[in-house]
Design a protein around this ligand. Structure first.
Ligand SMILES: C[S@@+](CC[C@H](N)C(=O)[O-])C[C@H]1O[C@@H](n2cnc3c(N)ncnc32)[C@H](O)[C@@H]1O
Length: 299
């Protein structure tokens, strides 16, 4: 069972912990051994659950290549913003030649999990992207990643103008942490401005008010305006199926071991996860949400 941790002084931090400090055992059951909580790259004919780990590793290796982090390359210092359970950093430092990886997360249980990996090339900071600063030039990174985490970074409670400023601040923070010429690879959901029916409105309210309080899925235009002048765009690809399929795979894993999951976390938590995963799966399948892979270079 998840222990009840003391509340922080920041409601945005508490909103993240509400979701991400459910026990690591529950997340292992849900996500499988790779512990990636984001879209994956399945190939034609592959099985949803049977190929979950390969699909995630294929995604990570593609991201590493896009960022130029490869054995023998000069890219040695890497940053993962919203690093989850450290899988990307572990892969970059054990397979792709990175010598130092720093991960930012707000979840203390994720930090515990990463520490237990015993990889001394990884440093995990329980710190928001908004507060993170490199100490000096020597700490700047050769590459950065943000994989399905930006959706949490800007509060839906802000008025639109303030949200725009906050996205700008996010890209400024990333730019400040990178060396000129370094790549930033981002996977993020975005929302289309489409008409909504009653059922969809109810589901979005559940996402924003109950499960991920204050989470705002941006529009692509908000992001491109925010990055302007700081980064040059290499590539933008809509990979909405990568996240939809992952949600379906996690739902199947959860269904197969539902009793165990309920014994770990209780019926209420399991039902919440089932509902939110189904909402993300169908809204991506219906093309209401996208999942963009954005590769940009620090100017
Ligand atoms: C959906 S998970 C994705 C994790 C990982 N990138 C992956 O693909 O498995 C979102 C991550 O963002 C982190 N996060 C949320 N808000 C954050 C913030 N303000 N600063 C840093 N990390 C944050 C969460 O703690 C979590 O690790």
């Amino acid at each position: 069972m998840t222990t009840v941790a003391p509340k922080s002084v920041d409601p945005e931090v508490d909103a993240i912990r509400h979701h991400y400090e459910v026990s690591n055992d529950f997340y292992r059951l849900l996500l499988g051994p790779t512990m990636m909580y984001s879209g994956g790259y399945w190939q034609e004919g592959e099985d949803l659950v049977g190929h979950l780990d390969q699909a995630q590793e294929r995604k990570l290796d593609t991201f590493a290549a896009l960022a130029g982090v490869q054995a023998g390359s000069d890219a040695k210092r890497v940053l993962d913003i919203g690093c989850g359970w450290g899988t990307m950093l572990n892969r970059l430092t054990t397979i792709h030649g990175a010598e130092a990886g720093v991960g930012l997360t707000l979840s203390r249980t994720q930090k515990d999990f990463i520490t237990a990996l015993g990889n001394d090339k990884i440093t995990t900071l329980v710190q928001s992207w908004a507060d993170y600063q490199v100490a000096d030039e020597s700490e700047k990174y050769d590459a950065a990643f943000c994989i399905n985490a930006l959706e949490h970074f800007v509060s839906s409670n802000l008025p639109p103008k303030e949200r725009t400023k906050r996205y700008r601040f996010f890209f400024q923070q990333v730019a400040n942490a990178l060396k000129p010429g370094a790549k930033f690879v981002l996977h993020t959901m975005t929302a289309e401005a489409l008409p909504m029916n009653r059922a969809l409105l109810d589901d979005l309210k559940f996402l924003q008010r109950s499960e991920f309080e204050g989470c705002h899925i941006p529009h692509l235009s908000e992001l491109s305006a925010a990055a302007e002048g700081l980064f040059a765009v290499d590539e933008i690809v809509n990979e909405r199926e990568s996240f939809a399929v992952a949600c379906r795979a996690w739902l199947k894993l959860l269904a197969a071991r539902r009793d165990e999951a309920v014994a770990m976390e209780g019926e209420e938590v399991v039902a919440r996860f089932e509902r939110y995963l189904d909402i993300f799966a169908y809204t991506l399948e219906d093309k209401f949400f996208n999942n963009f892979r954005v590769t940009i270079t620090r100017r």
